[in-house]
Ligand binder design. Structure first.
Ligand code: NAP
Length: 307
């Protein structure tokens, strides 16, 4: 839809609104070897943060590390994380905690658009497992470190696709009527509901940690490409002509991780660095709390926020 260009749009395009010095801060970006995640990692490092690239593939992670580290002063580390395996999530959280002992921002960026119905190592539908459940467990395991920070932040990558439906509590794993787009939208709604539930629980407990969700825009990345055989590479090339670059797509995630004015803003849905309305289903706190409880059970986790 066409709309008038505002001063904000010009500032957004020029980076003119971005504040926030990240010197001395430690940040994790999941899926940081490609697309929006790689751009997010680069922009955060350019603001002075030490950025841990949490990547599932050693080769793709090392390639990104080499490319990103080529500018003096940027500080990166690479650690292995496969969100399709909850044991890998636990191992990552333990290794990270041991190595760094502090965390200022967690950017849950990694995500997939599945091709056909596949399962994670623990038997969850892959899109639900990678985009939502793995990120849920990672966040819960790292909360103690975020609470030690002066003002810890969680950034949850969602999408405008969150509005395509409601939570399928009776079939979270899409055993019936699998459709890759429906599964994707469902996982992104779960991310947004988790944002709402967690923000509310942290607020009640008087925690300084905030959590906000982001739709990056329609961004020309390789999310549509089959990584194993390069199928649909032409779609990604076509997207480059029509849609936002990864650097533009990363701006709202970076804004949520850095902006000092957001210290008390939590549980919101952002697009282009502004709070935007989200779907009715995504505002249902009862549903958000139910999903939170179910997710704890699926991960075999005791609620770390239970008083
Ligand atoms: N592009 C858009 O228009 C758009 C719109 C709305 C929301 N988003 C969201 O933005 C996020 C980033 O997507 P993108 O467009 O930048 O896509 P991308 O270029 O395909 O990047 C996705 C990243 O996630 C990683 N990843 C996939 N499965 C993983 C797993 N099991 N464990 C750990 N990491 C895994 C990928 O690693 P590999 O390289 O190893 O596969 C890659 O680094 C996603 O959450 C996506 O849903 C994108």
């Amino acid at each position: 839809m066409l709309r008038a260009v505002t001063v904000f749009d010009i500032l957004f395009a020029m980076d003119g609104f971005l504040n926030g010095d990240m010197k001395g801060k430690v940040v994790i970006v999941t899926g940081a070897n490609a697309g929006i995640g790689k751009a997010t990692a680069r922009q955060l490092a350019d603001r002075g943060a030490t950025v841990v690239l949490a990547c599932r593939s050693k080769e793709r992670g090392e390639a990104a590390l080499g490319e990103l580290s080529c500018v003096d002063g940027r500080c990166f580390d690479l650690m292995r994380l496969d969100l399709a395996d909850l044991d890998s999530v636990r191992a990552f959280a333990a290794a990270f905690t041991e190595k760094y002992g502090r965390l200022d921002a967690l950017v849950n960026n990694a995500g997939i658009l599945g091709r056909h119905r596949e399962l994670t190592r623990q038997g969850f539908e892959l899109t639900f497992g990678v985009n939502y459940l793995g990120a849920f467990l990672l966040t819960m395991l790292l909360l103690p470190l975020l609470e030690k920070s002066r003002q810890g932040r969680v950034v949850m990558m969602t999408s405008i696709a969150h509005g395509w439906g409601d939570v399928r509590f009776d079939d979270l794993n899409f055993t019936r009527g699998y459709n890759r787009f429906a599964a994707y939208g469902h996982s992104k709604l779960c991310n947004l509901l988790f944002t709402r539930a967690l923000a509310e629980k942290l607020r009640t407990r008087g925690s300084r940690v905030t959590v906000n969700a982001v739709h990056p825009g329609i961004v020309a990345t390789d999310i549509v490409v089959n990584r194993t055989n390069d199928r649909f590479r032409w779609v990604a090339s076509l997207m480059k002509i029509l849609f936002m670059t990864s650097d533009e797509g990363a701006k709202t995630s970076v804004f949520l991780a850095c902006e000092p004015a957001l210290e008390r803003v939590s549980g919101e849905y952002f697009y282009r660095c502004k709070i935007e309305p989200s779907s009715e289903a995504s505002k249902n706190l009862a549903s958000a709390n139910r999903l939170y409880d179910v997710s704890l059970k699926l991960c075999g986790l005791d609620d770390p926020l239970k008083s």
